[in-house]
Design a protein around this ligand. Structure first.
Ligand code: ARG
Length: 263
């Protein structure tokens, strides 16, 4: 089943502020390299037959490349993002406008939530992260707007500040995740919901290997996530490695660059 993704070319990408432990403004980042790596990610999706739409990047919003944070789209309904940090604040309205201009029913959120960064949609439920960015009240707000059951999960390691840095959906029914990113209670919830999950190691998590995008058959994943890639192959998935090392300097990987438009 081809998917439809929204992406944003990193034309204004920089690391000029630090809102997560991956970001070091002193170390900087090479925009040309970031753009090349991002182009390869886009080409990988298109090579798999997925459709990619683009939103215009806005000057002064260096993190806008991380489209996953722009909104949550389920059943054609668009739940807008409300960012935790003022540096990213204007991205919420920019993404919401993209959708409203195209006729989507949109809702501007009341509580802080960072879109698909903290909301991951499976076939039956939406998994929702909290602890660093998204306000747990936004979980309830999303459930009410989308009419989908939302399950709250608590993140406890600042390196894995968004749910999509610690977990991804394999096929809408099963997931891969890094257990230590979650509170004890949330680990128990995950074990109960997904007894057959792929468990990632610290080494895989530390290269943002969980920030992957699966279409149920192919998994687009950071090339450095070696053990995880091996296990995915063992389970019958085709692994599509990508190099997003420059974007990782801002704390992002393939999934962060990708907002799924679910009709
Ligand atoms: N620098 C960005 C931030 O801290 C990275 C966002 C990554 N996006 C994601 N979906 N995890 O907000």
């Amino acid at each position: 089943m081809p998917k439809h993704f929204l992406m944003c070319r990193p034309e204004h990408f920089t690391v000029e502020y630090a809102i997560n432990p991956w970001m070091d403004p002193e170390a900087g980042a090479d925009r040309e390299v970031a753009i090349r790596q991002w182009e390869a990610l886009k080409a990988a999706y298109e090579g798999l037959g997925h459709e990619v739409s683009l939103i215009d990047p806005v000057e002064g919003l260096p993190d806008m490349v991380f489209a996953a944070n722009g909104a949550l789209v389920v059943g054609g309904r668009v739940f807008g993002a409300r960012f935790a940090f003022p540096e990213r604040g204007p991205e919420g309205p920019a993404y919401l406008r993209w959708f409203s201009d195209r006729g989507f029913p949109v809702k501007a959120a009341e509580y802080v939530n960072e879109g698909e960064g903290d909301f991951l949609t499976l076939d039956e439920v939406v998994l929702a992260g909290t602890g660093f960015r998204t306000d747990p009240r936004a979980h309830q707000e999303a459930q009410e707007f989308l009419g989908r059951p939302v399950i709250s999960l608590s993140l406890v390691d600042p390196r894995f500040y968004h749910l999509d840095t610690a977990l991804f959906s394999l096929d809408g029914r099963n997931v891969a995740y890094y257990p230590d990113a979650f509170s004890a209670g949330s680990q128990e919830v995950l074990r109960r919901l997904f007894p057959d999950a792929v468990l990632a190691s610290a080494a895989d998590a530390e290269v943002l290997g969980l920030n992957a995008v699966s279409d149920g058959e192919h998994v687009v994943i950071n090339a450095e996530a070696a053990e995880l890639s091996l296990e995915l192959k063992r389970r019958g998935y085709t692994v599509i490695p990508v190099d997003l090392s420059e974007l990782r300097k801002a704390g992002g990987g393939p999934k962060c660059c990708t907002l799924e438009i679910r009709a």
